[in-house]
Design a protein around this ligand. Structure first.
Ligand code: GLV
Length: 387
């Protein structure tokens, strides 16, 4: 068992053990990757305020997200094709999350289906919704999530069209991988991955292949999005979705105060301040930079969560201290999954938890709920003066 001390260790193993097209899929941003990079470098600009001689016994990272108990305010974000990073990947990640006590969010573009994940887990998970043009499919999707006892819907609102990630095109990303000379040479060095994949029947987009119509290449994520996704999604349609679901609804992909107000008006329970991990609009600001303006607009009316750029427990601490109620990790748990399967996701969560807990202690705090701007040193021009 390799010694894992940080998410970077898992990332190195992920890269070594997983076919290149899937590793690259997870680790890419769109176009120049400026926003993808800013998501991390903006977290680095914020520093922590050390305090001493404060009683640090009996610390707690526990809290709630949309009224549900969590061991720490860190949910697993919806990540497409997680079941290609490792065989049965969504089931493995969901199991690790439920044992750890944090929410798992299943993507519409997952490999394991909603029913499959429900059959292999004990606790309710969250389901992320992408909007396809096929209305019957959408109604059935909501009904399937309800039948699977999903305890929240996460509606992604920033991907009616897909941001271009160069490597996915160059690698010919597909699920399962198409056999070309380049992919076969790569797969020859990923034998463990291949053997596990041969042992599962879950190798296609489990929520949509066989359920949705009208796609010329059902193995390609970009073809699904270009041909089947509904580019006309608007606030009326989101309001309609809200009325179809009688449980909590989270709107993911808000990056603007005006959109945050609209999200509060349509009756969402929470928003995720997110630029989709820098995978959609390259050139947009980092999530952590826009967070203060969104909190000013809606912080007293709706729960405000944050994703994009969270790689460590210190990033979690910074986001919470800046005012987010909770955070999400995508790549960090996928690194764990690609490195070591379910045990790797557990390890990723343990690493983040320890980093959060230790940093909290050294900042003189015993409870995540008490974190605030007083724990941070934030450059005066951090948010920027944009015209
Ligand atoms: C899908 O959500 C993606 O970012 O690839």
């Amino acid at each position: 068992m390799p010694v894992i001390t940080c998410i970077e260790d898992l990332k190195r193993l992920h890269r070594r053990r997983t076919p290149r097209m899937f590793y690259d899929y997870a680790e890419s941003g769109s176009w120049t990757e400026q926003t993808f990079r800013d998501n991390s470098t903006d977290f680095e600009k914020i520093r922590l305020r050390q305090r001493v001689a404060v009683d640090m016994a009996g610390r707690s990272t526990a809290g709630t997200m949309i009224g549900q108990d969590v061991a720490m305010p860190v949910a697993l974000a919806p990540v497409g094709m997680t079941g290609m990073q490792r065989a049965d990947g969504e089931i493995k990640a969901a199991r690790a999350a439920e044992k750890f006590g944090v929410p798992f969010t299943l993507s519409t573009m997952s490999i394991c289906s909603i029913e499959d994940v429900a059959a292999h887990t004990e606790k309710p998970f969250w389901f992320q919704v992408y909007t396809l043009k096929d209305d019957d499919f959408m109604k059935r999707l909501f009904a399937r999530a309800k039948a699977a006892n999903c305890s929240a819907l996460v509606i992604t609102v920033d991907l009616q069209v897909m941001g271009q990630r160069h490597k996915d095109i160059k690698n010919g990303l597909s699920a399962p991988p198409k056999l070309t000379l380049a992919s076969m040479l790569d797969l020859a060095t990923k034998i463990g991955w291949g053997l596990e994949m041969l042992g599962t029947r879950r190798r296609f987009f489990g929520n949509i292949v066989g359920h949705a119509r009208g796609v010329s290449d059902p193995s390609s994520l970009s073809t699904w999005i270009a041909e089947a996704f509904d580019p006309s999604l608007d606030w009326d349609r989101i309001r309609e979705f809200r009325s179809w679901w009688d449980g909590p609804v989270i709107l993911k992909g808000i990056l603007d105060a005006e959109d945050a107000r609209r999200a509060a008006e349509v009756g969402a329970d929470a928003i995720v301040v997110s630029n989709h991990g820098g995978r959609q609009l390259d050139g947009a600001l980092s999530s952590i930079r826009v967070l203060p303006s969104i909190l000013d607009a809606v912080g007293d009316r709706i729960e405000v969560h944050l994703d994009s750029g969270i790689r460590t427990g210190q990033d979690v601490l910074k986001a919470l201290a800046m005012g987010a109620k909770a955070t999400y990790v995508g790549r960090a748990f996928v690194n764990g999954l690609g490195a070591m399967g379910e045990a790797g996701v557990t390890r990723a969560l343990e690493v983040i938890h320890r980093e959060l807990d230790t940093s909290m202690a050294l900042c003189g705090e015993r409870d995540v709920a008490d974190l605030g701007r007083h724990n941070l040193l934030v450059p005066r021009d951090f948010e920027g003066d944009w015209a």
